[in-house]
Design a protein around this ligand. Structure first.
Ligand code: ZN
Length: 317
C-alpha cells in the first residue's frame, strides 16, 4: 500500500501559562484570530484556544492548552522544540519592530534553508520563529486584526524536533508519511514535501546528551498532519501500525477526526481530517466568541463553565 500524499500541517498544539495572557498575545500582538474557544476534551477544566486566520483555513491553526499551574516545559529528545509561523516576504523587519515594541524576546535574524527567519520566545517560554515565505498559502486575512492584512501570519510553517537518533524518524517520515529529505544545514536535517513547501516542514536535530524533557507551559504538545478524509487517514493509520507504532483508534473531535501516535523518537503526532471544519457550529463572523462544546458535553455546560477562568477579548483594532 502506498503512503497517501503529504498535505502538510493541520494544526499545532502547545501548552501555555495563563489563558488570558495567551489570548492577549496571540490576538493582540501576533494578530491571529481566536477562531474557537473550547475545552480540552480529555481534561474539561482546561481551555483549548484555537488561533488561525479569519476562517480557520486548514494549515493556519495554532492551538493552546493553558496549564498555568504546571512547571515550565524543558526541551529534550523526542520533543517538538520549536514551531514556526509563515509571514509574507519582506515583512520580517515589520515583525522585528512589532515584537520588540511589545517587549517580546527576539533573537537575531537567521537564514534557514534560504529563508529569512526571526526566532522569538512567547510570554510563556514557547520557542517560535517567523519565517518569510513566497508561496501562496490558503489564507484569509482577518479584518479586525491589529496587524495589517498584508503582514499577517499566513499559516503554520514547520516544526523542529530533537531526537536521539535520526534514522527511525527519518524512515517514518520518508517511507510512511510521504516526506522527502530536503538536505542538511548545520545540525538540522530537513524533511518536507518534494518542493520543500511552507507548512510541510519538519527539521530534526540529533541530541545525544539530553534527557526526554517534559511538557509544561512553553512546550509543544503535538503536531497534527492534514488528512483529506477518513479513507486517507485509515490508510496512513494502518501503515503506521504496520511499521510497529501504536496509533490510537479514530477519535471524534467534532470539528475534525483524529488518530494519535508517537513517532519513533517519542514526539506526539496526530492525523486530523480537514472536515467538517470550524464553521460547523458557529457563524464565521462570530467565531471564538462563545465557549463551544462538542454536543456530547453540552449537558455539562454549566459545570464546565464554572470551572474555567473568565476571558476578556482584547480590543484589537
Ligand atoms: Zn490536535
Amino acid at each position: 500500500m502506498n503512503a497517501p500524499p503529504l498535505h502538510g500541517l493541520h494544526h499545532l498544539t502547545a501548552i501555555s501559562g495563563d489563558a488570558q495572557e495567551n489570548l492577549d498575545f496571540y490576538t493582540g500582538v501576533m494578530g491571529m484570530r481566536l477562531v474557537k474557544k473550547s475545552i480540552n476534551q480529555d481534561s474539561p477544566d482546561t481551555y483549548h484556544l484555537f488561533y488561525a486566520d479569519a476562517e480557520g483555513s486548514p494549515g493556519t491553526d495554532l492551538t493552546f492548552f493553558p496549564w498555568p499551574d504546571a512547571p515550565p516545559a524543558t526541551p529534550g529528545a523526542g520533543k517538538i522544540t520549536e514551531l514556526s509561523l509563515a509571514i509574507p516576504e519582506g515583512t520580517l523587519p515589520y515583525w522585528r519592530d512589532r515584537l520588540t515594541e511589545h517587549e517580546v524576546a527576539v533573537a537575531p535574524e537567521e537564514t534557514r534553508f534560504g529563508r529569512a527567519a526571526l526566532p522569538f520566545t512567547d510570554p510563556h517560554g514557547l520557542k517560535a520563529a517567523l519565517v518569510e515565505v513566497t508561496e501562496e498559502r490558503s489564507f484569509v486575512p482577518w479584518d479586525a486584526s491589529p496587524v495589517p492584512a498584508d503582514r499577517q501570519v499566513v499559516g503554520l510553517h514547520g516544526v523542529r524536533i530533537w531526537e536521539r537518533q535520526l534514522e527511525p524518524t527519518k524512515a517514518l517520515l520518508t517511507r510512511v508519511m510521504g516526506f522527502t529529505k530536503q538536505g542538511t544545514e548545520g545540525d538540522w536535517h530537513r524533511f518536507a514535501d518534494a518542493e520543500g513547501s511552507s507548512g510541510t516542514i519538519v527539521d530534526v536535530k540529533v541530541v545525544t546528551d539530553r534527557g526526554s524533557g517534559r511538557w509544561g507551559p512553553g512546550g509543544i504538545h503535538h503536531a497534527a498532519w492534514r488528512m483529506a478524509d477518513d479513507e486517507e487517514q485509515e490508510q496512513l493509520r494502518s501503515l503506521v501500525e504496520k511499521v510497529g507504532l501504536r496509533p490510537s483508534p479514530q477519535i471524534d473531535r467534532f470539528w475534525f477526526r483524529s488518530v494519535y501516535f508517537r513517532e519513533p523518537g517519542g514526539a506526539l503526532f496526530e492525523l486530523a481530517t480537514d472536515g467538517p471544519g470550524f464553521g460547523r457550529d458557529e457563524d464565521l463572523d462570530k467565531l471564538g466568541e462563545k465557549l463551544i462544546l462538542p454536543p456530547w458535553m453540552e449537558e455539562k455546560r454549566e459545570q464546565i463553565e464554572a470551572g474555567l477562568p473568565n476571558l476578556t477579548h482584547p480590543v484589537t483594532s
